[in-house]
Design a protein around this ligand. Structure first.
Ligand code: BV8
Length: 228
């Protein structure tokens, strides 16, 4: 059975990674417009680099939680019949052992050259304008999809969502498109839909079934049911 799991910040919350909207609208003390838009980056690149450099460094301080581990175990069982589409830019799915992961909003551990388009794996800071490994220019930005920018792999994701038998959303508020539209696309393509979330989301009404609780409990339970 083909399964697509869409994850959001809530799956990493129990690993200690701040979610996007649970912190009363300010994201680690910053306004979205200032740190997650191309306009904000053009206005104050230093602020944006400091924001992402701190989050990139923060990855070393957190670990995958049982929800990430359960999805990695599910991939062991389902192989190519499972695809994880994540809105998260952390590397916790990969560190838990998942390989079939699509980061539609990019990754903290990659940079992107604004001139040559290279997307090197990147673990250092970007504040001090290091040279692009491919073209040598000091034009690297975080390889993260900001508001107003087109997410990655939309064609691949659309095909996976329209072709799956089961669509599961974990830890996402359903506030950001096109990700929030995938449950409706899955349902219209005949898939069964399940939401695992701490509280109601903006799209809970589109799901056949909604289970409320922390991901570190709900995801292992659901995976155990699925793989029996
Ligand atoms: C695009 C990367 C064009 C940065 C992010 C008006 C109406 C509709 C749409 C729009 C509009 N105006 C503009 C738009 C489009 C816009 C959008 O949707 N805006 C919204 C805010 C209205 N979207 C875009 O701009 C996108 N691009 O549309 O391009 C296009 C599209 C298609 C084809 C051609 C052209 C680009 C959006 C990407 C923005 N970048 N992240 C970074 O991470 O630094 S998005 C940002 O929000 C987050 O990073 C995250 O990825 C995303 C969604 O947040 P969630 O993951 O859901 O997290 P959140 O905090 O919101 O919720 C956490 C949830 O977890 C909660 O429900 C909570 O209850 C739950 N939870 C908490 N703890 C737990 C838990 N659940 C379980 N267990 C727990 N322990």
């Amino acid at each position: 059975m083909r399964v697509v799991v869409l994850t959001g910040a809530g799956i990493s919350a129990e690993s200690g990674v701040a979610t996007f909207r649970d912190s009363d609208g300010l994201w680690e003390g910053h306004d979205v417009e200032d740190v997650a838009t191309p306009e904000g980056f053009a206005r104050d690149p230093e602020l944006v680099h400091r924001f992402y450099d701190a989050r990139r460094r923060g990855l070393a301080l957190v670990e995958p939680n049982p929800a990430h581990q359960a999805l990695a175990a599910l991939e062991d069982a389902l192989g190519e019949d499972l695809l994880v589409v994540t809105q998260n830019v952390d590397d916790l799915h990969e560190r838990a052992g998942s390989h079939r992961v699509v980061h539609m909003h990019g990754e903290l551990r990659r940079a992107r050259c604004e001139v040559c388009g290279a997307r090197p794996v990147w673990d250092a800071d970007l504040l001090d304008a290091p040279p692009c490994p491919a073209c040598g220019r000091a034009t690297l930005r975080p390889d993260v999809v900001w508001f107003g920018e087109v997410p990655y792999e939309l064609g691949l994701i659309d095909r996976a969502v329209t072709g799956c038998a089961l669509f599961v959303a974990v830890g996402t508020s359903g506030a950001v498109y096109p990700a929030a539209g995938y449950v409706a696309l899955a349902a219209s393509s005949g898939a069964r839909t399940l939401e695992l979330n701490l509280g109601p989301s903006a799209v809970s009404r589109y799901f056949d079934e909604v289970r409320t609780g922390p991901a570190a409990q709900l995801v292992p339970q659901w995976v155990a049911e699925l793989v029996g």
